[in-house]
Design a protein around this ligand. Structure first.
Ligand SMILES: Nc1ncnc2c1ncn2[C@@H]1O[C@H](COP(=O)(O)OP(=O)(O)OP(=O)(O)O)[C@@H](O)[C@H]1O
Ligand SMILES: [Mg+2]
Length: 269
């Protein structure tokens, strides 16, 4: 199995040398836990090795990303000029009508993109109305695909032969309507990312109610892997912790590993 090394010191050894090529891995954590730095470091290390990187930022503008890189001595601008790294800024302060994945496919060709970071799915979902994406039409759910049926079965726990009925039953209840829509959009997004052939990190927030779950409650299930970043205090003062919660197909360390954000970026200790 071909692996994509993150290049983050101490991390790849926890995943038997890296992320399997083509995987979608969720990077989840509460605010300030280091998700953005993690993503940027992954792309920076790839670009240095000649693997093109695409950083899609919903949260921060591209300048902020460059400046964050600079604090670790990473010359993001230089890599952009050399067509090894692309920052795709998705501004949220105006109504946008564009097809995100068309844009992404163009960047993949232009920059030879092998690694993508999406920062962040949670912010994207809060602003979904702004983007020209096919929103799920609940009425169409009565003619859903095999994969969608599998998703409903696994995730929502309805039997496939009762799916159309179950969906109809969900329809009148606005609470269920919202949940099924969000889950379905997230599911479709992951499918789109999977089809690109790149190795992707999808950053998202952990829920405030349940820090083991993402805010959308589904990306941890549909992704190929989940890496969780945390800030903990076990009495010995505050510490940062990274856990490889899930990684399909390979052996991974489930342990909590301490990490630091040093002047060279993230280092797992
Ligand atoms: N140059 C630096 N040196 C050391 N630590 C830093 C440096 N820059 C940022 N940090 C630390 O990293 C934290 C922010 O990391 P990052 O932006 O990756 O978090 P995040 O999980 O993406 O947060 P959010 O959910 O708000 O986007 C800061 O709170 C700070 O503690
Ligand atoms: Mg961030």
């Amino acid at each position: 199995m071909e692996k994509v090394a993150t290049g983050i010191p101490g991390l790849d050894a926890l995943m038997d040398s890296g992320i399997p090529k083509g995987f979608n891995v969720v990077i989840m954590g509460r605010p300030g836990t280091g998700k953005t730095i993690f993503g940027l470091q992954y792309l920076y290390n790839g670009a240095l090795k000649g693997e093109g990187g695409l950083y899609i930022t919903v949260d921060a503008n591209s300048n902020l990303v460059r400046e964050q890189g600079q604090t670790f001595g990473w010359d993001i601008k230089k890599l952009e000029d050399e067509k090894k790294l692309c920052i795709l800024d998705i501004p949220l302060n105006r109504q946008l009508r564009f097809n995100l994945f068309k844009l992404v496919e163009n960047k993949i060709k232009e920059y030879g993109v092998k690694r993508i970071v999406f920062d962040s799915l949670s912010s994207f979902m809060f602003n979904i109305n702004q983007f020209n994406m096919q929103l799920p039409n609940i009425d169409n759910l009565t003619t859903i695909s095999k994969e969608e049926i599998a998703y409903l079965e696994e995730d929502i726990g309805v039997r496939s032969d009762s799916v159309p009925k179950a969906v109809q039953r969900l329809k009148p209840d606005p609470q269920h309507y919202d949940i099924i829509s969000v889950k379905r959009i997230v599911y479709l997004l992951f499918k789109e990312f999977s089809s690109l052939g790149t190795t992707n990190l999808v950053i998202t927030s952990a829920s405030s109610k349940n820090p083991d779950a993402t805010v959308d409650g589904v990306s941890e299930f549909v992704s190929d892997g989940v890496i969780k970043l945390e800030a903990v205090d076990l009495g010995g003062g505050p510490a940062r912790v990274v856990k490889i919660v899930k990684l399909r197909k390979i052996k991974n360390s489930m342990e909590a590993n301490n990490f630091e954000i040093t002047d060279k970026g993230i280092v797992v200790t």
